[in-house]
Design a protein around this ligand. Structure first.
Ligand code: HGY
Ligand code: MN
Ligand code: MN
Length: 411
């Protein structure tokens, strides 16, 4: 293990434990956008940034950002980061590992008296998962300057809009455009959340690109009736139509192949009573593919097929796409920086594709990005997430190497 990064690993793990305590639930980790837990986490990260020689601030979308000036004030910053929001009952490493390692890398660079030409920024994004409002990447879109009007009106389960929640958090929604600023390069280090690196024996994978993704709310409307007195013939059972949709989504994703995935993660039945025929069903569809074209083919086949299935049952189908993210290719130059840095550390990193969304996808719409997956316990979105201390230490080392290399070669 790289001895001069052992202390770093201990500090990162201490910070991950502290962040894990910023949770809406006493059991498990749940930290959603613009909540008291988010504010508490921003406070912790700000303090760690200060100790690491970064000047912290919270930007117009609620992202906590630390900045260290470079020798050439005309240059845009090299940005490091990931997200500090979580799913429900999350693990401690998703997103937070990248933020904590980036802060630690800044500390190492400061301790080594590194003089960088570029400013260095570290961001802890507050809304990557999209759990509270259904829309994602709000912090990274803020920096990329790609917010769209619909994002302000997205609502949580209590009917609170992003706009209103921002005001309650002390942010001015009209100031969001001011979060946008030029970036020289963005590096994100993120747990793989899958089994491949653990099987490969290599601590890092270089991410080639990030999948295209769309999320829909789909509503099926049929006719309720008495579960006993209504004959099977002629029923307009919304849940039967929705059930066909769930299996059709699975089949169409498998048929496209090339890594395409489709998931119905949430489904609500109305009236939801044992002896009433389901009148309406609302479900969510999360569909992803390696290219925008594959995603469109998957979705058009699926909805053509499911409209026909629903029509055979005289059930109406309506869909609302509430989230869309294009496929993003990582920068070849920045990938090469990561690849050669990992090789200097004694490993040959595999190239991998990310079917998981990451803030790099939002930043990558406007600026060069690169990501490295970090070997983990092979699971994400679970309290079972874990990274060995050795790989945490290596992640800090890789971050330091990448920043130094990028600062040397970027204009
Ligand atoms: O859903 C995802 O791919 C990521 O965890 N936001
Ligand atoms: Mn996640
Ligand atoms: Mn993540």
């Amino acid at each position: 293990m790289p001895t001069d990064f052992r202390g770093s690993a201990l500090r990162v793990e201490e910070h991950l434990r502290a962040l894990a305590r910023c949770s809406a639930s006493p059991s498990g980790i749940t930290r959603l956008y613009l909540t008291p837990e988010h504010r508490a986490a921003n406070g912790l990260v700000s303090g760690w940034m200060q100790e690491a020689g970064l000047e912290p601030r919270v930007d117009e979308t609620g992202t906590v950002i630390g900045r260290r000036e470079g020798s050439d004030p005309s240059l845009p910053p090299i940005l490091l980061g990931s997200h500090i929001d979580t799913v429900v009952n999350a693990g401690a490493y998703d997103g937070c590992l990248g933020v904590a390692c980036a802060v630690e890398a800044a500390r190492v660079l400061a301790r080594e008296g590194a003089t960088l030409r570029h400013p260095l920024e570290v961001a802890g994004f507050g809304e990557e998962e999209g759990v509270r409002f259904g829309v994602t990447f709000l912090g990274s879109r803020g920096i990329a300057g790609t917010w769209t009007p619909d994002l302000y009106e997205a609502k949580d389960r209590e009917g609170v809009s992003v706009r209103s929640a921002m005001r309650s958090f002390g942010l001015d929604p009209d100031a969001v455009p001011r979060a946008a600023h030029r970036i020289a390069a963005y590096f994100e280090f993120h747990i793989e959340q899958g089994p491949n690196l653990a099987a490969s024996g290599v601590p890092f994978g270089i991410v080639a690109g990030i999948a295209a993704a769309k999320r829909f709310r789909v509503t099926f409307t049929g006719k309720t009736g008495h579960a006993g007195m209504t004959p099977m013939a002629g029923r307009r059972d919304a849940l039967c139509a929705a059930s066909e949709f769930v299996l059709e989504a699975e089949e169409e994703a498998k048929r496209i192949g090339r890594g395409a995935v489709a998931t119905v993660g949430d489904l609500v039945v109305t009236p939801g009573v044992t002896n009433c025929i389901p009148e309406a069903v609302t479900l969510t569809l999360d569909a992803r593919a390696g290219t925008d074209e594959d995603l469109e083919e998957l979705l058009s086949r699926l909805f053509d097929r499911s409209r026909a299935s629903a029509a055979r049952r005289s059930v109406a189908l309506e869909r609302d796409c509430y989230y869309s993210s294009k496929a993003v290719a990582c920068s070849e130059a920045l990938k090469e920086i990561l690849r050669s840095s990992v090789r200097e550390m004694g490993f040959e990193p595999p190239e991998m594709f990310s079917m998981a969304g990451h803030d790099a996808a939002a930043i990558g719409e406007k600026y060069p990005v690169a990501m490295a997956f970090v070997r983990d316990a092979g699971i994400g979105h679970s309290p079972k997430e874990h990274c060995d201390a050795e790989d945490v230490a290596r992640t800090v080392e890789l971050t330091v190497r990448a920043v130094r290399a990028a600062d040397a070669i970027l204009p």
